[in-house]
Design a binder for this molecule. Structure first.
Ligand SMILES: Nc1ncnc2c1ncn2[C@@H]1O[C@H](COP(=O)(O)OP(=O)(O)OP(=O)(O)O)[C@@H](O)[C@H]1O
Ligand SMILES: [Mg+2]
Length: 357
């Protein structure tokens, strides 16, 4: 086989590939632009030892050269301040060349990492109420055995810890249910006035407990209908209004505004906008990009104290994305926060994704 043939094969491959010549003292014969993107330019002519420094890579290349068999290695390469993960395959070609190809598996690695984080977070969230329950059971059996007053108090705490676990499990179920329906288009015709009014009514006792006034500003004499899933949209507005009541100012105002701005550039279609605003302490901009991540809380102690699981906005984001809408947040410290939900009338138009992560 001639060098030219190998060079044309390597340059034609769509994924990173390097050819090492055994006839030329195991120097690099060529590399395609995809490989040079992370190995650097000017690697041709260098011994492979000076390019691939990781022992696992060197071992795999040497193994393929000596045994003639295919060898694999997993490598981590630092690219622009992030680690990229590759599966490298080393193939001996007719005892003359060693081809090294790379498959990027950073995405799979990231998914696995997210899964590990998720399981760790769930376990952590369940651990503290469980530990509290076990501690109180022990106390009720021993020191508080004959103390009726203490028993009553401990049972109250146990109940609230059990409710917290129940909320967490329900939120996890909601999240997985929303994910399961992510690819199904909602088909119900939803009257948004009615749905939001109902949600506000349900939250009135919570608002009263914090002395908060909830105002619903709607367009008079119009019926605003979108295609959606009523349970899921109820969950969206419930969480946003509940957050505004919980994290806004005690004795403050929460305003829910439903409007039809017409064409929404962010969705590239006609749609509606629901804004939930509070006049609380606001959210520091550093938190905004991560706000809708699972279990992300700004003040986790306060959120837990208020019975929050940190899953609310993650559920909201998934539901809005199923409805082809967008969630946007802006906030001024000391003045309050605005959570804007944009929903298209026609969800068959796919909007450009992104915003709050
Ligand atoms: N209107 C708001 N003002 C200030 N901070 C807010 C507001 N809404 C949400 N946050 C912050 O964002 C975090 C995440 O909210 P999210 O709704 O996801 O979780 P949660 O309210 O803690 O729990 P859950 O909704 O599951 O009961 C909250 O813990 C809070 O710190
Ligand atoms: Mg919440």
């Amino acid at each position: 086989m001639e060098n030219e043939q190998i060079i044309s094969i390597v340059s034609g491959l769509p994924y990173p590939c390097v050819a090492i010549s055994m006839r030329d003292f195991e120097r690099i014969l060529c590399a395609n632009p995809e490989a040079k993107a992370f190995l650097g330019d000017g690697i041709e002519g260098r011994h492979f030892y000076t390019v691939f420094r990781q022992p696992t890579m060197i071992e795999a290349i040497e193994g393929a050269i000596k045994s003639g068999e295919r060898k694999n290695a997993r490598v981590t390469i630092s690219e622009n301040r992030r680690d990229a993960f590759y599966d490298a395959t080393c193939i001996n070609i007719a005892g003359q060349y060693c081809l090294v190809t790379f498959q990027d598996r950073s995405d799979q690695e990231q998914i696995q990492q997210m899964r590990r984080d998720f399981v760790a977070n769930v376990s952590h969230e369940l651990k503290s109420p469980l530990a509290a329950l076990m501690g109180f059971i022990e106390t009720l059996r021993t020191v508080a055995k004959d103390d009726l007053k203490a028993q009553e108090r401990f049972l109250g705490i146990m109940e609230s810890e059990a409710q917290r676990m129940n909320r967490l499990v329900n939120d996890l179920l909601s999240l997985s249910q929303v994910e399961a329906t992510a690819r199904q288009r909602p088909t119900e015709n939803i009257d948004l006035h009615g749905l939001i009014e109902q949600t506000v009514d349900i939250l009135l006792p919570a608002a009263k407990a914090r002395d908060v006034v909830v105002n619903f500003v709607k367009q008079a004499n119009t019926v605003i209908t979108v295609k959606g899933d009523s349970d899921q949209l109820h969950q969206v507005f419930n969480n946003l209004i509940e957050n505004a009541i919980k994290y806004g100012a005690q004795g403050g105002n929460v305003t829910v505004t439903l409007s039809q701005p017409g064409y929404l550039p962010a969705l590239r279609s006609e749609g509606i906008e629901v804004t939930v605003s509070d006049d609380g302490p606001g959210i520091d901009p550093v938190h905004l990009p991560r706000l809708a991540e699972r279990f992300y809380r700004i003040d986790s102690h306060r959120s837990r104290q208020m019975g929050g699981t940190g899953l609310g906005l993650a559920i909201v984001k998934h539901i809005i994305s199923r409805h082809r809408g967008r969630l946007m947040v802006d906030s001024v410290m000391g003045q309050g926060s605005n959570f804007r939900v944009l929903l298209p009338y026609d969800i068959s138009i796919r909007a450009k994704r992104n915003d709050v992560s």
